[in-house]
Write a protein that binds this ligand. Structure first.
Ligand code: GLN
Length: 315
């Protein structure tokens, strides 16, 4: 077993959960009414180890939308499909140091990385463009289902409709990339953007997301089903990017002080990977000024203080 005394470990995690629950700073995202209406005090937490041990605390069975936490999975999908070289002809792999929707491209006119909006829009453009939109979306849902060990995700159509209605910045980013010829030829921008909003509007529970995170912790093999979902090299590249770019413009600080790969979303989602050990999902909607879950970041700080989970901890 990767964690031999699982009971004690779970108890310690429960303590961190209770301490973190006291934190009530930050504000829920309010750029669309569906997110503004979410109960700010919700707090779900789930763990799944690479050998399939798991536990849940709080609101771990409630649905929330993926938002930016769809980005690492879409990147893995296009990476598996096209290979490292082709993907990175369209997307960089450098932190941007800017906010997630900043109007900025790298010196080649490409998105800085796949974990900010511009890069995630590009991943959507690259994802099985030869298929119908319905099959492209089904492919994403199916992948989440497999990553979660068979839990079918939901879709929040109200969130999708709101995303689409308030999408000026994302349209601007897409046209900006189109101007610099970053997309493959024949890319339909509206289809691509709508696909991106649909991916952001997929809903999962913390429990399902922790299973997905554990697949990334386990080199792409789902611990509960044994299915190899992504190539190990794809997962390695994805984790490198989550480590350097997963927390918006707090990524450098997060890598320095906390030191493991994670990806946040403005729904308050946080997908965490402790490589070769476990996946963790946290959902708590109040956000800090970067757009990261306040309790999520707080939880990670406590986690790294109490366990040797920092990449460069001396074991
Ligand atoms: N739907 C949001 C957007 O595209 C998602 C971004 C996020 O989670 N940071 O602006």
């Amino acid at each position: 077993l990767v964690i031999s005394d699982f009971f004690n470990f779970a108890e310690e995690m429960c303590n961190i959960f209770r301490e973190t629950k006291e934190v009530r700073t930050g504000e829920v995202a309010d750029y669309i009414p569906q997110l503004a209406r979410v109960d700010p005090d919700k707090f779900g937490f789930s763990v799944c180890t690479v050998d399939g041990q798991s536990f849940n605390f709080g609101d771990a069975q409630e649905l929330f939308c993926l938002q930016s936490s769809c980005k690492p999975i879409n990147y893995c999908m296009v990476h598996d499909q096209l290979g490292e070289q082709k993907v990175h002809q369209h997307i960089g792999r450098e932190p941007s140091g800017r906010s997630f929707n900043e109007m900025a491209l790298n010196k080649d006119g490409l998105p800085h990385n796949p974990l900010i909006n511009s890069g995630a829009i590009m991943s959507c453009a690259l994802l099985k463009p030869e298929l119908d939109m319905s099959d492209r979306f089904e492919h994403v849902l199916k992948t989440w289902e497999e990553l979660s060990g068979g839990i079918r995700p939901s879709f929040n159509n109200s969130v999708y409709l709101s995303e689409r209605k308030t999408a000026d910045r994302n349209f601007a980013l897409a046209y900006f990339m189109s101007e610099s010829k970053a997309f493959p030829e024949n890319t339909n921008l509206v289809d691509t953007l709508e696909f991106y909003f649909q991916c952001c509007s997929i809903e999962v529970t913390a429990s399902a997301m922790a299973n997905a995170a554990s697949t990334l912790a386990n080199g792409g093999m789902q611990p509960q089903t044994g299915q190899q979902i992504f190539d190990p090299n794809t997962v390695k590249n994805c984790l490198s990017l989550m480590n350097s770019c997963g927390m918006y413009d707090f990524s450098g600080e997060f890598a320095f002080t906390i030191g493991f790969p994670a990806k946040s979303g403005v729904s308050g989602a946080l997908l965490i990977v402790i490589p070769n050990v476990m996946g963790i999902a946290i959902w708590s909607p109040r956000l800090d000024q970067h757009g990261n879950s306040v309790r999520g970041v707080e939880f990670c700080k406590k986690l790294t203080e109490r366990f040797n989970f920092h990449n460069y901890d001396n074991l």
